[in-house]
Design a protein around this ligand. Structure first.
Ligand code: ADP
Ligand code: MG
Length: 376
């Protein structure tokens, strides 16, 4: 991938890049739609990454290209970038970092993170360019700050109202661990997963039904949460616990109540998961994953049939636990499963999807990997 990024850069711009940086996609173990409610999340960086070969220029022009469409998009940092398709992600990051800009740049992206599958190819592209620009502009931002700049670009320039989980995972990820993030205090801690010694893997079952965050569903969920918090007199849903559920039920309409219940119980499940993982109680962790899926399917209503089928198949194949991951309305489910059962899981998923007339899913294992870094 590093060589591919360099070759792509040379073909697009006709000279050698200054360096290559990369950032991973992420899978969220548990804690969904909790980030923008100032709650808890538990994602990890995956062994699929976006790479950027980049060089600074003498002038203020910023050009980005990628093997995704072979086009080159160009802007300078005098006005906010608009109408630049995927290039809004990297050029959006450059825009939100413009106060540190020392020059324009040329950048070429390659990636093996599946796009639109809930594995956050968007954060991978943002964090890859974020670490690159931080270095060549000598911006001095911390990893956490680069994550927040990536989120800002996605919110303000791309226009997707997402939380900070994806970028934080991509920046702070560590090998063999998940990142426990408190989205209120921004405190982050590595949680060792010890999957390898138990012969477990995290399998991704990508339904290949693409989601789009800038579409309505995500936004409407956010609005429900904001309304719920306001009605219940807290600045965010983080201010509530399971003890507040009866009051929430009394004061909210039926739909908003279920949305709020998902967030409140999901926060608790993240805390319980950390306890289960630290005790090595994988059975309990598996139950929490399933309960999370159930809550997303019925209370938050962001699952789709394909994801429900994937989870069901995973459990029938013998997974410890399984749930959809990411923002929902498509994308992927994960399963914690014995390494030896992976081929069976793939076979079962493909058969179940074919029987239902769905498109063919992709099933593969992901390995918890290191966050954004310079490669060369
Ligand atoms: P997800 O983050 O779950 O993959 P998003 O809708 O948040 O899905 O982000 C996907 C978008 O990010 C793509 O539609 C594309 O615009 C952009 N993107 C991601 N990776 C790349 C890449 N390697 N090259 C170009 N654009 C990319
Ligand atoms: Mg995304």
């Amino acid at each position: 991938m590093i060589e591919k990024a360099i070759a792509g850069f040379k073909a697009a711009f006709g000279y050698e890049p200054q360096g290559v940086w990369s950032a991973p996609g992420r899978a969220n173990l548990i804690g969904e739609h909790t980030d923008y409610n100032e709650g808890f999340v538990l994602p990890f960086g995956i062994d699929k990454r976006t790479y950027v070969a980049l060089a600074s220029r003498q002038d203020s022009t910023c050009r980005v290209s990628s093997d995704i469409d072979g086009k080159t998009y160009e802007t300078n940092l005098t006005s906010v970038p608009v109408n630049l398709d995927w290039a809004l992600y990297p050029l959006g990051v450059a825009w939100v970092m413009r106060e540190w800009a020392k020059s324009g740049f040329d950048a070429f992206f390659v990636s093996d993170v599946p796009v639109g599958s809930g594995l956050s190819s968007s954060a991978a592209i943002e964090c890859a360019i974020g670490v690159a620009l931080n270095e060549i502009w000598d911006a001095g931002r911390t990893r956490q700050e680069i994550a927040l700049l990536g989120q800002k670009a996605e919110n303000q320039v791309v226009g997707a109202p997402t939380g900070m989980m994806d970028q934080t995972a991509s920046m702070l990820a560590e090998k063999d661990s998940a990142v426990f993030l408190d989205c209120q205090t921004l405190e982050a801690r590595a949680i060792p997963l010890n999957l390898e010694p138990r012969n477990l893997v995290v399998a991704v079952m990508d339904t290949r039904v693409a989601h789009r965050h800038s579409d309505g569903g995500y936004r409407v969920r956010r609005e429900s949460c904001e309304r719920g918090a306001k009605t219940l007199g807290v600045s965010s849903l983080r201010g509530l616990t399971v003890q507040d559920l009866p009051r929430a039920e009394a004061e909210l309409d039926e739909v908003d109540f279920r949305r709020v219940r998902h967030v409140i119980t999901e926060n608790q499940r993240v805390l319980d998961s950390i306890e289960a993982l630290s005790e090595g109680d994988m059975e309990r962790f598996g139950e929490l994953l399933l309960a999370s899926h159930d809550s997303m399917a019925h209370d938050f209503e962001i699952s789709i049939e394909e994801l429900d089928v994937a989870v069901e198949v995973a459990m029938k194949t013998g997974a410890v636990g399984s749930r959809m991951t990411g923002g929902g309305f498509g994308g992927a489910a994960i399963a914690v499963i014995d390494k030896g059962l992976l081929p069976q899981l793939e076979k079962n998923c493909k058969e179940a999807f074919a029987a239902k007339g769905y498109g063919e899913p992709k099933v593969f294992a992901v390995v918890p990997s290191e966050g954004a870094r310079r490669e060369r």
